[in-house]
Write a protein that binds this ligand. Structure first.
Ligand code: ADP
Length: 340
């Protein structure tokens, strides 16, 4: 049963039940009518960790994000933040978390200061203490000198920083961000990630961030990689990449990739994965191997590449398909459209 939501403002600070995990996701299932968006997902986020939820469109990131931010109840399983159950004790959870949603929540017609003033009132902050806190947080995001300007005059990156400031105003120990760099230019993306790292290092805030970008996932301490509602990998980016032995060879087939893969398997006794018109092979001493393959199959290979393992390779190894497929892109954009 979901308890009534007490006003956040009147609640006194409480003792947090002891738990090593700051966020604990335990076998969480979510179904939208007949579609399973989360299929029994479990992981923990540790204190002062920058934790990434990486997955292609439609993998279930936003659904899990909404459950953690107490906006939705899971169909089954349990999610706790600082020991509080997101479904049973949403008001307590909300006091522990700052949330930055994908959709803009700043009021463009108000100044930066006014946006934060209203946010502060929602959390029971008032008067001089609130004013001090607003300037403190605006300095943290580098916008104290712009406090009295309308937010509509800010760049996309600056508006995102105001969103962050709103999320952090009440000193949460946990910050949840849903694809926070969407629509930002590369410079603003870098700034935002640097800020998240500072927040972790200097204020020991635990950060959970969803992303579909590999280069952002690389910056996380640990990652949960999702695919079609399932957790397919969990670990540090280095741990995950180290499970791939040697280099990754990609061959563009001139004709039938399936047939080429079969012939390579038979001749070289290696495992192959077929990805659209490509054959993918993990192999030590790959340079010698590619010479042998090209000589063995003249005219069958149009192009080839050899690279060090990347997170995309971890995804392919665990799922058997590419991170970005035309299918999942087309499916999710059609659904995004119909949900609007
Ligand atoms: P992501 O954030 O990784 O793109 P989502 O959590 O938005 O993934 O979606 C996971 C799955 O649930 C997708 O198949 C999506 O189409 C479906 N889904 C999401 N929201 C709804 C909804 N409101 N109604 C029906 N299906 C939904």
């Amino acid at each position: 049963m979901v308890s009534n939501f007490p006003a956040i403002a009147d609640a006194a600070p409480e003792v947090t039940p002891s738990s090593a995990a700051v966020i604990s996701v335990q076998n969480v299932v979510h179904r939208y009518e007949n579609r399973t968006a989360l299929n029994g997902v479990s992981f923990d986020v540790r204190p002062a960790e920058l934790f990434g939820l990486l997955g292609p469109n439609g993998s279930g990131k936003t659904t899990l994000f909404r459950i953690l931010s107490t906006l939705m109840l899971p169909t089954a399983g349990r999610a706790t933040i600082m020991g509080y159950d997101a479904a049973q004790e949403p008001a307590r959870v909300r006091r522990q978390i700052g949330v930055v949603f994908q959709a803009q929540s700043v009021d463009l017609k108000l100044t930066a200061y006014e946006n934060l003033w209203h946010q502060g009132h929602l959390y029971g902050l008032r008067g001089p203490a609130l004013k001090t806190r607003i300037y403190e947080i605006l300095s943290r995001v580098g916008l104290a000198d712009r406090a009295k300007e309308l937010v509509e005059k800010f760049s996309g990156g600056m508006q995102r920083r105001i969103e962050l400031a709103k999320g952090l105003l009440h000193h949460p120990g946990v910050l949840l961000l849903d694809e926070p760099t969407t629509g930002l230019d590369p410079g603003a993306r870098r700034d935002l990630w640097q800020y998240l790292q500072t927040l972790r290092d200097e204020e020991h805030v635990s950060v959970l961030v969803t992303t579909h970008l590999m280069e952002e996932a690389e910056r996380c301490d640990r990652l949960a990689i999702m695919n079609e509602g399932n957790l397919v990998a969990l670990g540090t980016p280095e741990e995950l990449k180290s499970e791939i032995g040697g280099d990754v060879v990609l061959l563009d087939a001139a004709h039938d990739a399936g047939l080429l893969a079969e012939r390579i398997r038979a001749k070289f006794h290696v495992e192959t994965t077929v990805l659209e018109n490509q054959v993918r092979i993990e192999r030590e001493s790959a340079h010698r191997f590619v010479t042998e393959v090209v000589e063995a199959f003249p005219g069958e290979i149009e192009a080839l590449s050899v690279s060090k393992p990347a997170l995309e390779d971890v995804f392919i190894r665990r799922t058997g398909h590419k991170f970005w497929s035309e299918e999942n892109d087309a499916q999710s954009s059609a659904e995004d459209h119909s949900r609007r």
